[in-house]
Design a protein around this ligand. Structure first.
Ligand SMILES: Nc1ncnc2c1ncn2[C@@H]1O[C@H](COP(=O)(O)OP(=O)(O)O)[C@@H](O)[C@H]1O
Ligand SMILES: [Mg+2]
Length: 310
């Protein structure tokens, strides 16, 4: 297996009894890429990461990390991957420094090397002044930063981040992304991310959607977004049926939520003010905006139900 692929899977499958959590996944992720696996709760994201990091065995298929098989080389793989899970692996009653030293010992890093690496990571994560604080005393964002630092102590080739920003507020989410970006730049790590905050995945080189264990359409976020629409037209309707009948011939099936309709607009020459005038009193407000990955998900992974709205 060529090892310029950081990750490769072939028919990777996990079944729990009759339930198929991950269904014949075929992935190739090049070294150094920032990859996003996106999907709703229960789609199979965590199970995929568990198989790729040898925490659970596939029931069918195989996967390779830097050319090593999860079936035959699990020990080698554990040395080349870093993991950051939703449930923290840290001890909250220990200080930042103690947690990182403890983890370094588990990784069997020689003490001198461990101290240097911990210093380096405390600097990247802006935690130099917090090193003697117990984790309970830190903010959620700072604790997550320590979690990531712990996950990369041994300079893994591939870093797995399972919903790393869940439960964090926006400034902390941004900070976490800055740290990840810095790690990627300075250490050339491949990053395998799962998230259901889809807008965060727009920095990925490539994203795939997963739904009920099956891989859906994937691509670079830009290509997916550009391929979806030029604009998303959002309309609060006074007369929803009237707006629907007037616009669906031109713009196709909308997403319909109560009295709100969203249409995909592919043509970039639409005169929206004119359109609003022509709809008159049927419309309370009309806005248009650039599409994003959430829209790609809504339209292509969960497409509008034809006929369900009339
Ligand atoms: N240990 C397990 N035993 C039985 N079913 C499981 C187990 N772990 C996960 N599942 C099921 O597998 C599916 C995928 O779960 P998961 O990978 O955790 O999804 P995600 O991370 O995308 O939310 C879900 O239906 C979940 O209930
Ligand atoms: Mg999960």
């Amino acid at each position: 297996m060529a090892s310029n692929f950081a990750i490769r899977t072939n028919g990777l499958t996990k079944q729990y009894g009759q339930a198929v959590a991950v269904n014949k996944l075929d992935l190739t992720i090049k070294a150094g890429q920032f990859y996003g696996l996106l999907g709703p709760n229960g789609a199979g994201k965590t199970t995929t990461i568990h198989m790729l990091t040898t925490m659970t065995s596939p029931t069918q298929g195989d996967a390779w990390i830097a050319g090593q098989s999860v079936l035959t080389d699990p020990v080698a793989i554990r040395g080349t991957v870093g993991l950051v899970f939703q449930d923290s692996a840290l001890d909250r009653m220990m200080t930042v420094d103690e947690n990182l030293k403890f983890a370094a010992a588990l990784y069997k890093l020689p003490p001198k090397q461990a101290t240097a690496r911990i210093e380096e990571l405390l600097t990247i994560f802006g935690l130099e002044n917090k090193r003697h604080m117990k984790l309970v005393a830190l903010s959620g964002g700072q604790r997550r930063a320590v979690d990531i630092a712990r996950g990369v102590l041994h300079r893994p080739d591939v870093l797995f981040l399972d919903e790393p920003t869940i439960g964090l507020d926006l400034p902390n989410r941004r900070a976490i992304w800055r740290f990840v970006e810095q790690l990627r730049k300075e250490e050339g790590m491949t990053v395998f991310l799962t998230t259901h905050y889809l807008e965060e995945a727009e920095a990925c080189d490539w994203v795939d959607f997963i739904q009920k264990g099956k891989l859906q359409q994937g691509g670079s976020p830009n290509t997916l977004i550009r391929g979806l629409a030029t604009y998303i037209l959002e309309i609060d309707c006074a007369d929803t049926e009237a707006v629907y009948h007037k616009l669906s011939a031109d713009f196709g099936q909308p997403i319909w939520e109560d009295n709100h309709l969203s249409f995909r607009v592919i043509d970039n020459k639409v005169d929206f003010s004119q359109l609003q005038k022509s709809l008159g009193n049927a419309v309370n407000s009309l806005q248009w905006r650039k599409p994003n990955l959430n829209d790609v998900y809504l339209w292509t992974v969960c497409p509008p139900q034809t006929g369900a709205v009339v």
